[in-house]
Design a protein around this ligand. Structure first.
Ligand code: PEP
Ligand code: MG
Length: 561
């Protein structure tokens, strides 16, 4: 990469290269602080009703000629804008003395909160309610509605986050790429962008200071955004992207090495909406469903019934494919308000993952009961696993509780060096292990995974991390039990070869990464993967390990990475 271009690294969300001028999504307009109350309640109601009707009509107009996904979102928005319950809430707020925009905002917020408390499908409407709120507030203030700009020329969109409604209205012919500062690899933005074939990078901190309309090159597969690249650099990037696309042609179906050794390629998910879109990804199942993501906004723990309904929708949504559900991984970088043990000096080393189970009444047992009931009612092929296990005793305790509820296939994640070293003993208690390379790198290298400046230490190509993965895989191999890997490392096509060579039996990753991994595996036989693993283990640094693999791999690999 040329030193002159500024490069921002984020999370790869949707593969592909997009080059164009950077355009910022207008920030949402907030109600003014000292807004006067309307002259009369009736005046206020009439003003709000007119604004909401304009919003509804605007959304209906946008639905015309839009994609199916966008149509559904826009029509849902129009229904919300005309919802009599929302109008009643607005009436109450104006009667309390609020100005019109403050009344709409407060009414929509409590409407959204009500929907969230109902859970399931209803809770997913909350984001649409907030979108309608922002559009109505903008209308009332005489400003343009928030939403993707209609510029008539191609651009790269940047924002803190892109709402589902906004993402659904993106036109792939004009929106060349998306870069957000917020969001994760399985956020709505990421999923919708990938479905539309729009390259996207999320979690790209630093893009907010890039000047408006500067040319940016977004590599969604690598998670890189280059600001103002030179013409020569652009040429390089385009050549690389053409080669990547050509390399992917002709590979589909089940994951396997060239000599037919099967390697199930699975998806990491964290939202129900993603499950129903799995068909688009050509995957063999879900290797990690992060349940904590379902409940991040909750103050109170979801009940067994509510959880069961959610899990049933998940299992039905993935249409009979096997699914591995992880029990709540609360704490540290994924705090849950209803499972919070208070401030800690070192939260990543504190009460998180399985360490919090048993500390919040029946939280774990409720989740296991809900999963077991949902599995039984849907007939789904469900496995459960616990996060952040460090000892054989924890694995035994978890397996006992899960089996007592009728869940037959039970596993644990290997995310701590202790668990990797003790994998053989842990496997006496459980049916499978799944390596969480994100946390395994954090704990092996004693480097906070949230600190971008420690990215070099967190690199899963670090020899120490590879050694531990190798140890855990070897231990599993001697028991004949499966050892999956579900950290981000599995989505790197070169590293995927090494992992399979080390003895990992399945790979789970953000869905956009699967195509490249499938192509890489299909181009190398198992023996070759083992040789590549040996070369990586023998290298002194992460960079040397990757280079050694690229040097010894089939030429297609260079195009895929
Ligand atoms: C991991 O640690 O690698 C993992 C898959 O879990 P999470 O990223 O959710 O901590
Ligand atoms: Mg983890």
């Amino acid at each position: 990469m040329e030193a002159s271009a500024r490069v921002i690294r984020g999370i790869p969300a949707s593969p592909g290269l997009g080059v164009g001028p950077l355009v910022r999504l207008p920030r949402r307009v907030a109600p003014p602080a000292d807004e006067p109350a309307p002259a009369t309640l009736e005046d206020g109601l009439a003003e709000v009703a007119a604004a909401l009707e304009q919003v509804a009509q605007g959304m209906e107009a946008r639905a015309e000629g839009a994609t199916e996904a966008a149509k559904a979102v826009m029509r849902a928005g129009a229904l919300i804008a005309r919802d009599p319950d929302l109008a009643d809430l607005v009436r109450d707020r104006i009667a309390e003395g609020l100005g019109v925009t403050s009344a709409v905002a407060a009414a929509a917020d409590s409407f959204a909160a009500q929907l969230e408390s109902l859970g399931g499908l209803m809770a997913e409407r909350a984001a649409d309610v907030r979108d309608v709120r922002d559009r109505a507030v903008a209308r009332l203030l005489g400003q343009p509605e928030s939403g993707v700009p209609r510029l008539g020329w191609p651009f790269v969109l940047t924002a803190d986050e892109v709402s589902p409604a906004e993402a659904a209205t993106l036109d792939p012919a004009l929106c060349l790429a998306i870069v957000t500062t917020g969001g994760g690899p399985t956020s709505h933005t990421a999923i919708l962008a990938a479905q539309l074939g729009i390259p996207a990078v999320v979690g790209a901190r630093g893009i907010e200071t890039a000047p408006e309309r500067v040319t940016v090159a977004v590599d969604g597969g690598r998670g890189e955004v280059e600001i103002d690249p030179s013409p020569a650099r652009l040429e390089q990037l385009r050549t690389r992207e053409d080669a990547r696309k050509r390399a992917l042609e002709g590979f589909s179906g089940r994951g396997a090495t060239k000599d037919g050794h099967p390697v199930p390629l699975l998806a990491n998910l964290g939202a129900l909406a993603e499950a129903v879109r799995l068909g688009a990804w050509d995957v063999e199942g879900v290797g990690l469903f992060r349940t904590e993501f379902l409940f991040m906004d909750r103050d109170r723990a979801p009940s067994v019934g509510e959880q069961e309904a959610i899990y049933r929708r998940l299992f039905n949504g993935i249409g009979g494919l096997p699914v591995t559900v992880r029990t709540l991984d609360a704490g540290s970088d994924k705090p849950l308000r209803f499972a919070d043990l208070g401030l800690e000096d070192n939260p990543a080393l504190g009460q998180r993952g399985i360490r919090t189970a048993g500390k919040f009444g029946s939280l774990l047992d409720d989740q296991l009961a809900a999963l077991a009931q949902a599995a039984e009612r849907t007939g789904a092929d469900v496995r459960v696993m616990a996060p952040m296990v460090a000892t054989e005793a924890e694995a035994e305790w978890f397996a006992g509780r899960a089996r007592a509820r009728g869940l037959e296939r039970v596993g644990v994640m290997v995310e701590t060096p202790a668990a990797a070293l003790m994998a053989g003993r842990i496997l006496r208690q459980v049916d499978f292990i799944s390596i969480g390379s994100n946390d395994l790198a954090q704990y092996t290298m004693a480097a906070d995974r949230l600190r971008p400046e420690l990215a070099g230490l967190l690199d899963p190509w670090q020899p120490a991390v590879l050694q531990l993965i190798g140890l855990a895989a070897e231990a599993a191999g001697s028991t004949g039990k499966p050892v999956g890997l579900c950290g981000e490392a599995g989505g790197d096509p070169a590293l995927a070869l090494v992992l399979i060579g080390l003895g990992v039996t399945s790979l789970s990753m953000a869905p956009p990464k699967i195509a490249s991994v499938r192509a890489a595996l299909a181009s190398h036989d198992l023996r070759h993967c083992r040789d590549l693993a040996g070369a990586a283990l023998a290298a002194p640094t992460p960079a040397a390990a990757k280079q050694a693999v690229l040097d010894a791999a089939a030429p297609i690999l260079a195009a895929l990475t």
